[in-house]
Design a protein around this ligand. Structure first.
Ligand code: ADP
Ligand code: MG
Length: 577
């Protein structure tokens, strides 16, 4: 099998396991937690990450294990004699160790007569999408301006579209935080439980297990969803860590990355679900109190110390290892940012009487920018379709143009439009492409990283996952379309970052932006595109703002915040929060 084909199999198998976070397996990695796994979830991976021994300003290592099939084995499996599964047109099917099937092609299907649109038709379409999806520097500066105003409004009053939520995380970490903490991360796609050992000076160690959330769980009764989280945590503590009550009750940071209004750090009323969640009977209620109920129900030996958002955790964790970090952004299923504000610049909390210079981390919830009125963002009809067919029409407008949950769907809607116009896949059965959200954003990443002349990875994506054949011209068009969608997402994100930079006056001195989430970490060129956009917005000085892969906010960050909270209370500062 050629290297290219082997890569494709690797990439495709990576996709089918839906694994997202790198987790370096250490010799001391815990035993497989499968035996004690709550039966409604499936364990994705587990392992131990060792925080950098170099301490501050370094990053956590680790790469997800991949597999490579030996030539012999692939030939054996791919040969007609042994499996009888050779497909038409010189393509073969192989089984990956995870049990998924992947297709590779030994030659292209360029020579095959597929009914297809004329070159000029495709070129015309591409020009149209270019003009719809491209953001000029001038347009970006207009967005930055309105974004900054929106951020200010959120700090002034409660109930604003972008809520600018005070997190009750008071100031930056000292870097000296130490101890063992549990962290639970209910992300948009996975549930992760971790034991974090903070060793001070930016050093830490993480042991973790991940569970996949099902679509049913996301829509299940609110308390049941939290019960599931408590069960997973309990199984992790007892089975993976081998701890019991006799070993003591560990403090827990719960990363709950949905907009919550807080007036203490161990309290948070869910304002609204985002990222496709819809579990009833939880919006408008105190998630922390509900989760404490679940912990009690299953006698989990853990005590909820802090309810945090992944952006806040990322901000604190990134600053713990690199104090130059002033802003954090998440690009995962959803999109959001956090930064540190002075209490004196948050008029809506004047009444609690904090000293004006006291730092308070703000969870912007900026995904809501331009919701409802839709006055500032250049929405296309595809963005509008996504919005109107979502479970939260009108909401999260900015997020719906940027985040991992939606980019693949934007691509799919455009493809479907061209199928309807009779310009793509003529005479082929396209039912798999016609299913809403069938095109994962990870496919856009795969397509953009295809550097082969024949675009072999793109052949694989369309044949293997959607059962359709493509011509080379079509594949070139798909790749360019992916570039347009990915670039628009990065440039819009840069507008949000620029608004915070401009508001806080960080441009001259410069600052680091900790960024995390699969879109940032895995989408080719995403970071470069954000950096180019910052220069388009600010000129050369834009180079002073540099994004980098953040520290693990929802694990390590949540532990540091739990430690900071404990230290603050021990010292008698703001104990009521
Ligand atoms: P969470 O939002 O649960 O914290 P992630 O940060 O892993 O999780 O983000 C998940 C989102 O990232 C999903 O919407 C998925 O489509 C997208 N995604 C996963 N892998 C990739 C990839 N290789 N390239 C781009 N997007 C990806
Ligand atoms: Mg996440």
């Amino acid at each position: 099998m050629s290297n290219i084909a082997e890569n494709l199999v690797n990439k495709l198998s990576g996709l089918t396991t839906s694994d997202t976070a790198p987790a370096a397996q250490s010799p001391s990695a815990p035993a497989s937690p499968t035996s004690g796994t709550p039966n409604r979830g499936s364990v994705l991976d587990n392992g131990t990450n060792i925080g950098s021994a170099l301490g501050r300003k370094s990053s956590m290592g680790g790469s997800r294990p991949s597999f490579a099939m030996t030539n012999n084995e692939s030939e054996r499996r791919g040969s007609a004699g042994s499996t009888g599964r050779v497909s038409r047109r010189g393509s073969n099917i192989v089984m990956t160790p995870s049990g998924a099937q992947a297709v590779y092609h030994t030659r292209t299907n360029q020579d095959i007569e597929l009914p297809h649109a004329e070159k000029k038709t495709i070129a015309d379409h591409l020009r149209k999408y270019e003009s719809l999806l491209t953001l000029t520097p001038q347009r970006m500066r207009m967005i930055v301006h309105s974004f900054e105003e929106t951020l200010d409004n959120g700090l002034q009053k409660d109930g604003q579209v972008v809520p600018m939520i005070p997190t009750f995380v008071f100031g930056w970490p000292s870097g000296k935080e130490v101890g063992e903490y549990l962290a639970l991360d209910l992300g948009g796609t996975n549930l992760r439980v971790c034991l974090v050992t903070l060793k001070g000076q930016g050093k830490f160690e993480v042991t973790q297990t991940k569970y996949r959330l099902t679509e049913e769980q996301k829509q299940d009764e609110g308390q049941k969803l939290l019960d599931f989280c408590a069960e997973c945590l309990d199984s992790f503590i007892r089975d993976t860590l081998g701890r019991t009550e006799a070993d003591g009750i560990l403090p827990l940071g719960f990363t709950f990355s949905y907009p919550c209004s807080q007036d203490r750090i161990d309290h948070g009323v869910l304002i609204r679900w985002t990222k496709g969640f819809g579990a009833p009977n939880i919006e408008g209620r105190d998630v922390a109190a509900m989760f404490m109920e679940s912990l009690a129900k299953f006698n989990v030996p853990a005590e909820l110390t802090a309810l945090i958002n992944d952006t806040t955790g990322t901000l604190i964790a990134s600053n713990y290892v690199d104090p130059h970090t002033k802003i954090a952004v998440i690009f995962g299923t959803g999109c959001n940012a956090a930064y540190m504000e002075n209490a004196g610049s948050i008029p809506k909390i004047d009444s609690i009487g904090l000293p004006k210079e006291q730092g308070m981390a703000i969870n912007c919830e900026w995904g809501a920018f331009d919701s409802f009125d839709h006055q500032h963002l250049p929405r296309t009809k595809y963005d509008i379709i996504i919005d109107e067919s979502s479970n939260k029409p009108g909401e999260q407008s900015f997020e719906k143009m940027i985040a991992g949950l939606y980019l693949g769907e934007i691509f799919r809607l455009i493809i479907c439009e061209l199928i309807d116009a009779g310009d793509l896949f003529l005479g082929q059965n396209t039912y798999k492409l016609e299913k809403a959200y069938a095109f994962d954003t990870a496919f856009l990443s795969l397509m953009e990283s295809d550097i082969t002349d024949e675009l072999l990875t793109i052949i694989g994506v369309f044949t293997h996952f959607f059962g359709v054949e493509t011509t080379l011209e079509e594949r070139q068009f798909f790749k360019k379309l992916a570039v347009l969608i990915g670039t628009r997402s990065a440039r819009l994100s840069a507008c949000g970052i620029a608004a915070i930079v401009s508001k806080k006056g960080y441009l001259d001195e410069g600052c680091a932006v900790g960024a995390d989430g699969s879109l940032y970490n895995k989408y080719p060129n995403f970071a470069n595109r954000v950096h180019t956009a910052l220069v388009d917005i600010f000129g050369e000085k834009g180079k002073n703002i540099v994004t980098h892969h953040a520290e693990d906010g929802s694990g390590v960050g949540s532990a540091i915040i739990a430690a900071m909270t404990k230290a603050r209370k021990d010292e008698g500062f703001f104990v009521e929060y």
